[in-house]
Write a protein that binds this ligand. Structure first.
Ligand SMILES: C[S@@+](CC[C@H](N)C(=O)[O-])C[C@H]1O[C@@H](n2cnc3c(N)ncnc32)[C@H](O)[C@@H]1O
Length: 196
């Protein structure tokens, strides 16, 4: 990782902490992943050669920067979906500052609508970090858009375990899928789509 990106990530980490501490409404918070989770995502992308990455929940683009830097090294791209136009604009500026814009495509959209419009097997890795109450509804589309052998990574599996319980149980009850929770950052639920 180059110094420009490292220092931008550190700047965003400080901004996120300060902003989220004083923001009143949840919509005003950045709710970024931890740097350790960023490193895990980069490692998973590069080790599995996941060239087609989808992120649901861009916020101001902190996690997108980790993903974009990882796909750049393997000639891939990350598509990132965010419903808030204001946050998507912050992410656009952060991607531009990082020089990683060519490896990221932003979609300002409601994730359920976006997922429902994607052809099957479009992505090799899907990072889900948005509205936990919708994950069970989105599960059929998540299964469809991931290619066989694709990875699903979901944030907050430890920090919001109760809210994730139903979704985690649903994935675990789906034939052929294997999964585990990695206790780093806010806890990452990682699930592998079976190859027929
Ligand atoms: C936890 S934050 C994402 C943090 C980001 N991944 C990071 O680590 O920098 C969740 C984001 O999902 C967005 N979001 C919530 N519901 C959504 C939906 N139905 N469709 C698209 N985005 C949604 C929120 O606006 C918020 O910016």
């Amino acid at each position: 990782m180059d110094d420009t990106l490292r220092s931008l990530l550190r700047e965003l980490e400080s901004f996120g902490v300060t902003n989220d501490a004083r923001a009143g409404a949840r919509e005003q918070k950045m709710l970024n992943i931890t740097p350790e989770t960023g490193e895990l995502l980069a490692l998973l992308v590069q080790s599995t050669k996941a060239r087609r990455v989808l992120e649901i929940g861009t916020s101001n683009g902190y996690s997108t920067l980790w993903l974009a830097e990882a796909v750049k090294a393997i000639s891939g791209t990350v598509v990132t979906v965010e419903v808030s136009a204001a946050k998507a604009e912050m992410a656009r500026r952060n991607l531009e500052r990082s020089g990683l814009s060519p490896w990221g495509r932003q979609e300002v959209a409601e994730a359920g609508r976006f997922l429902g419009q994607q052809p099957p097997s479009t992505f090799d890795l899907l990072f889900l970090d948005a509205a936990r109450e919708h994950y069970s509804d989105w599960w059929p589309w998540v299964q469809s858009v991931l290619a066989p052998g694709g990875l699903l990574v979901v944030d907050n599996a430890v920090s919001h375990a109760a809210e994730m319980e139903e979704f985690v149980a649903e994935v675990r009850a789906t034939p052929g899928w294997r999964s585990l929770i990695i206790p780093i950052g806010n806890g990452e639920f990682v699930a592998l789509k079976p190859v027929p």
